[in-house]
Write a new protein. Structure first.
Length: 255
């Protein structure tokens, strides 16, 4: 009886640490939430897996943090819905505003965003301030920071779309008067349009929207996961990985 009890005890002791260790080693899966936002994240010309500067950087980040990953390229309204409703969601292109401060765990900035209102060069009486622009039709992305800003400033003729490239295309085709674009990326976005942006020019700089673009994790994500991702984010940024990925991507696109 003694030998049987002792053997059973040893067997149980053997099982406990093994089961506990396996569970702790089980990798957390993070869903990467990306939108059509050239050159950060976009559908490849071949229609295969999404690509872009921030898609590549996010992949390296989660691999370094020991996380599994699932990439989803969605319209911006769906991105925000997923972010609000589920844990373990990593958004790649979120501008940090006071209204969004408690919405997420902020991981770190990945780029600086400067917005301006763009219009057609043939426009008569182009606006020189927000007051003059309020009556014009403006294409905006649903739940986007520029859309929210214009709405807060009493713009009522906002034409909603699901992504930035579609909003710019609406301007080039004369369906709207203005488009709030990222000044650093407008040339790259124009290059993706079949007709380009030959007659599009900057009308009005939106100085209040000069802000940083962030990686962020949904509010329901466990703090240990947040800490691990933040640690690797800071390490990769310090090592120059984001800049290297960005330079390589943009140089390859221009060649």
């Amino acid at each position: 009886m003694y030998h049987m009890t002792r053997s059973l005890l040893l067997f149980c002791l053997f099982l406990l640490p093994w089961g506990s260790g396996w569970a702790q080693g089980d990798a957390t899966e993070i869903t990467i939430l990306a939108e059509e936002f050239w050159p950060y994240s976009f559908t490849s010309a071949s229609g295969q897996a999404p690509q872009g500067i921030l898609v590549d950087f996010a992949g390296e980040l989660l691999e370094a943090a020991g996380m599994e990953q699932d990439l989803q390229l969605l319209p911006w309204p769906r991105v925000m819905q997923q972010l609000r409703q589920h844990p373990n969601q990593l958004i790649l292109t979120l501008i940090r505003t006071p209204e969004r401060e408690s919405l997420v765990h902020w991981v770190g900035p990945v780029d600086e965003i400067n917005h301006a209102l763009y219009g057609n060069a043939t426009m008569t009486n182009p606006p020189t301030n927000l007051e003059q622009a309020r009556h014009l039709y403006v294409s905006t992305v649903v739940d986007d920071v520029a859309s929210n800003y214009l709405e807060q400033n009493a713009f009522t003729n906002l034409v909603r779309t699901s992504d930035h490239l579609k909003g710019l295309e609406m301007l080039t085709r004369g369906r709207v008067d203005l488009y709030p674009g990222n000044t650093a990326l407008i040339d790259y976005q124009c290059a993706q349009l079949a007709d380009g942006c030959e007659n599009i020019r900057l009308m009005l700089t939106l100085t209040e929207l000069e802000q940083d673009l962030y990686f962020a994790l949904s509010a329901g994500t466990e703090q240990s996961v947040v800490n691990a991702i933040r640690e690797q984010f800071n390490r990769l940024i310090a090592n120059g990985r984001l800049k290297a990925i960005s330079d390589a991507f943009l140089n390859a696109d221009q060649n």
